[in-house]
Design a protein around this ligand. Structure first.
Ligand SMILES: [Fe+2]
Length: 213
């Protein structure tokens, strides 16, 4: 019956354009977080004191730039080239301690302790990104949204998961290495003060470093 078919067409057009609108909103949201993630990764690349972490951050910074481009390309494709991709930065989901506690931690922490704090924030951030992409993919699948957009999000998700897995596996080893080294340095300084002979650095520290993969 023609009337019914018109209604079907109307329903189909309407629901597909609303899936596109939701996709554009979701892609823009993801882009706003990736825009903020670039800033954080650049800062961490400058500040990290662990060569293995620096190397991984450098690699993920490059991936994040590609992720931004992937999101922008999908926004443009769904908006028919008329959309301006989002340039603003979202707020990263890193825990914010109370001000007084934050000041206390920052003023009393050594460089190595700060590295351990920040490596936890790296992990929280990558896991949060993965959760966001997983939820977004699920929502777009339910809406039967554009397949290329879902594929782009899946590619981003894979990269977030891989970096998150690396951090989860290596953060504890790196923290142990840093804290062991800190304790050794403290001991050496005390010995030096007392005029006692200073020993060579413990070989265990180098061994832990070699286990980072
Ligand atoms: Fe990431």
């Amino acid at each position: 019956m023609p009337r019914q078919s018109e209604e079907d067409d109307y329903y189909y057009d309407n629901s597909s354009s609303s899936a596109d609108a939701i996709s554009i909103a979701g892609l823009s949201l993801a882009l706003s977080y990736e825009n903020a993630a670039i800033d954080r990764l650049e800062k961490r690349l400058q500040e990290s004191i662990v060569p293995e972490v620096k190397q991984k951050i450098k690699q993920h910074l490059q991936q994040t730039r590609e992720q931004q481009q992937r999101l922008k390309d999908r926004i443009n494709a769904l908006g028919g080239g008329e959309m301006e991709p989002f340039v603003e930065k979202g707020r990263l989901p890193i825990p914010e301690p109370p001000r007084s506690l934050k000041m206390m931690i920052e003023s009393n922490s050594s460089e190595k302790e700060r590295e351990v704090w920040e490596s936890l924030n790296d992990l929280i951030n990558e896991r949060a990104e993965a959760i966001m992409y997983r939820g977004g993919i699920q929502a777009l699948e339910l809406l039967k949204a554009d397949k290329k957009t879902i594929k782009a999000l899946q590619k981003n998700l894979k990269e977030e998961e891989a970096f998150g897995d690396w951090l989860e596996k290596n953060n504890p080893k790196i923290a142990r290495k840093l804290m062991t080294k800190q304790m050794q340095d403290k001991k050496q300084r005390k010995k030096k003060k007392r005029g006692e002979p200073i020993q060579e650095q413990d070989k265990d520290v180098e061994a832990i470093s070699a286990t980072v993969t």
